[in-house]
Design a protein around this ligand. Structure first.
Ligand code: PLP
Length: 379
């Protein structure tokens, strides 16, 4: 195998090399305490300091307004599919869900166990405007004028980056009194698992944002929830206490033992992001990285991406070889060139390259170089 390796996994995913080296250095003896972070009491001053710094850095990076709580939870985004309705229905009976890909479809399905779910639109059932007569695939975000929203929903749920399908919102939905607007009083809840911190997100547009850490932040096991204060405190009576946002907030995310190692590493990633220039600087690099790959795919005769251009994800780039018989060769050659975990999600096949913050542009150049070479040999 080649010496330089680039890991394109969709998650758990690549972490910054600098952070991994720091973890290795500080692992056996954190700052002269004689303990690793994994061995410390979560209520001791050392870990409390690590925790507080991680929260403060995340607040700074995302410019999270004062009236939002930052919660460090467990169970991943899939657990949030249940935790969200248990917390945010607030006595209401129904919630709106937009389906733009496999993750939001799963969110809607799980929520239906707790709430009446109104599907405002399902991209797989609408004709794809950029692919003649085609339906049945998640390749675009339906126009807001096609969303059938209810005026009194407890919330509207979206997934703003569909990790499997490679569909990303480029702007938040409009909200107000217009006919196509999300009604003014309806809080918008977003699953941001796979693009949090990759681009500027205006937190104030949303009632709640959540995501698992293992895509663009740190190790698996940590779930981040950012929730507007006025929405919490009315969890369903059967909501597990450890998943009640109000309880988690009132206990500084320490009602139960938090995933201390994952929080420590996430904090190191936040500090790394600040050294890189913050979210705006990462976004500029992510735009450049994604353009490099999409431009090549669009110009090539061998590869294709089926997502509508304006809805393409900068983080997850699914692509297909027009000749499926070449898939195995492509992956084998990629692996020996040090380009790892490019195989597409089992449900869609093909390839997928995830270009999270920790993927350097050199990795994308190496991938495009390999793809060109493969096309020359097989095109
Ligand atoms: C990965 C992913 C999930 C699932 O996360 P888990 O941590 O496995 O619960 C949900 N939503 C999105 C958008 C994801 O990328």
């Amino acid at each position: 195998m080649s010496e330089t390796v680039y890991n394109f996994s969709a998650g758990p995913a690549v972490l910054p090399k600098e952070v991994l080296r720091q973890v290795a250095d500080e692992l056996p003896d954190w700052h002269g305490t004689g303990m690793s972070v994994m061995e410390m009491s979560h209520r001791g001053p050392e870990f409390m300091g690590i925790h507080a710094q991680a929260v403060a850095d995340l607040r700074e990076l995302m410019r999270i307004p004062e009236h939002y709580k930052v919660l460090f939870m467990q169970g991943g985004a899939i657990a949030e599919n249940a935790i969200v309705p248990m917390n945010l229905l607030r006595g209401g009976g129904h919630a709106d869900y937009l389906v733009t890909g496999q993750w939001s479809a799963r969110s809607a399905k799980e929520a239906a166990r707790y709430a009446r779910v109104n599907l405002v639109a399902d991209a797989a059932k609408l004709p794809a405007p950029h692919r003649d007569g085609e339906t049945g695939a998640y390749t675009f975000v339906p126009e807001q004028s096609q969303w059938r929203m209810s005026p009194d929903a407890a919330y509207l749920h979206l997934c703003t980056n569909e990790t499997i399908d490679g569909v990303e919102f480029q702007r938040p939905p409009s909200q107000g009194a217009g006919p196509a607007d999300v009604p003014a009083g309806v809080p918008i809840v977003v699953d941001v698992s796979s693009h949090v911190l990759s681009r500027e997100i205006d937190v104030s547009r949303y009632g709640c944002l959540y995501g698992g850490a293992q895509k663009n932040i740190g190790p698996a096991g940590l779930t981040i929830v950012i929730v507007r204060e006025d929405l919490i405190g009315r969890a369903h009576p059967l909501c597990p206490t450890a998943f009640d946002y109000k309880v988690v907030a009132d206990n500084d995310s320490m009602y139960n033992t938090p995933p201390t190692f994952a929080i420590w590493v996430a904090g190191l990633v936040f500090a790394w992001l600040k050294r890189q220039g913050g979210v705006a600087a990462m976004e500029a690099r992510n735009i450049e990285k994604a353009a490099l790959l999409y431009d090549y795919i669009d110009a090539s005769g061998l590869y294709e991406n089926r997502v509508r251009r304006q809805d393409r994800s900068r983080m997850n780039v699914p692509f297909f070889l027009k000749d499926r018989a070449l898939d195995a060769d492509f992956l084998k050659g990629a692996e020996s060139a040090g380009l790892l975990q490019l195989k597409g999600h089992r449900s869609v096949g093909g390839m997928r390259a995830s270009l999270y913050n920790a993927m350097p542009i050199e990795g994308v150049r190496a991938l495009v170089g390999y793809m060109k070479d493969f096309e020359r040999r097989h095109g």
